[in-house]
Design a protein around this ligand. Sequence first.
Ligand code: ADQ
Length: 456
Amino acid sequence: MASPKERAAKAGGLAVALREALGKRGGLWFGWSGETRPNAPAEPKVVRSGKVMYALQDLDPEDQRAHYAGYANGTLWPLCHYRLGALSFRRTDWEGYRRVNAHFARALLPLLKPDDIVWVHDYHFILLAAELRKLGFEGRIGYFHHIPWPTPEVFLSLPSHAALVRDLAQYDLVGLQTENDVRALLTYLSTEARAWIAPGGVVGLNERRFRVAAYPIGIDADAFVKDAAASVGSEEEERLQSSLAGRVLAVGVDRLDYSKGLPNKFAAFGELLNHYPQHRSRVTMMQIAPLSRGEVAEYRALRRELEELGGAINGEYAEFDWVPLRYLNRPFPRATLAAIYRASKLGLVTPLRDGMNLVAKEYVAAQDPDDPGVLILSRFAGAADELTGALLVNPYDVEGMAETFDAGLTMSREERRERWGANMIKVQTNTIHNWCERFIADLSQIADHFAEAPEP
Ligand code: ADQ
């Protein structure tokens, strides 16, 4: 279990923004309590705080394993990140996933009023709408998928694809991160599920109508701007600068997850030091990678691989007064991250696949407008659609990445400002608050979208 301090540091922008949105309107926050106990009944613990009611549900330990480490993170996560080699599918996990979704629906239903709007988050709960409908709930239900939606060829590898999508159709609104994701799901729906699709993403499947649309998630840009500006001259910033002793910093911040492309990023940094020796002793890379999902075997293997790779780079290139790679496996408060982003001349965001990637946006928001750093961004992150001022890389091309790191390190101030300006406009326009408002407004008015869609 994480300590209270770590939990606070981990509470990302998303949880804070959703809590804020709920706080304004008043509403119910429903989720897993983080506790397991055998045969947990469908009775959540309910606590009221201001206008918000928090209802937290316990799970049976075997259901929790099959649902979380099993189907959600052992099947759906690798599938949606195009990692078929890491995908494992067991019918018992799929059944556990269904049981947990049904259990949640039973616990949630008594707390709902008929005209409530329900917003479900992420791939752990794709079946929740269908389970609520079975129990008779007819109100509006929306779903946001935070991770990529894979192309039909990849999605078809999932043995339960048809059942999953049949239940997905019980939502009124399905939100995805990018237009690419929308295209992938609509193509599957029209070619495999024989659905009809009207302009605006309205879908007819069996007797259901629902809408699929892109809602690229943003960050609380103002908070990052403020935190980063406040870090200048702070004790923390002074400690960081004195540890760098005038060297340039390149930063990466990613959960320790195989989708984030960390071994390729480490290898590219090694390649930079190898092929561009002028950067030796001049550039320090800091990779912050808090541990995640240690109960899944692939994550434990990745941790060992990174320790080995990082150790090899430091062993080969370190000087008695310079360690090339600083590798930290813990969470940090937002203000500390903002200070580190601000102090870094390169932001290295190089996932193999990512729904959006908020770190890319946080890095942009934290820069000094006068002397901004350069964002190096994987073309396979959803954020690449919006952040056109970044230097885009293919994370499978390690030598290409090293070349781009070098280009970022030697870029003129004028070009850095121009690129940063283009990115910052996007980050400030599409914030987490706008994203929340837009999704909720569209879900509230979903009947209008259906009325406008022509019959097939
Ligand atoms: P994640 O895969 O977790 O999110 P990301 O979008 O980068 O990826 O969000 C990570 C968040 O955690 C960021 O806000 C970051 O600041 C924070 N964080 C990371 N390391 C931290 C540390 N050491 N200490 C404190 N905070 C840390 C999923 C999808 C993404 C999608 C988001 C939101 O995989 O593609 O962008 O949801 O939809």
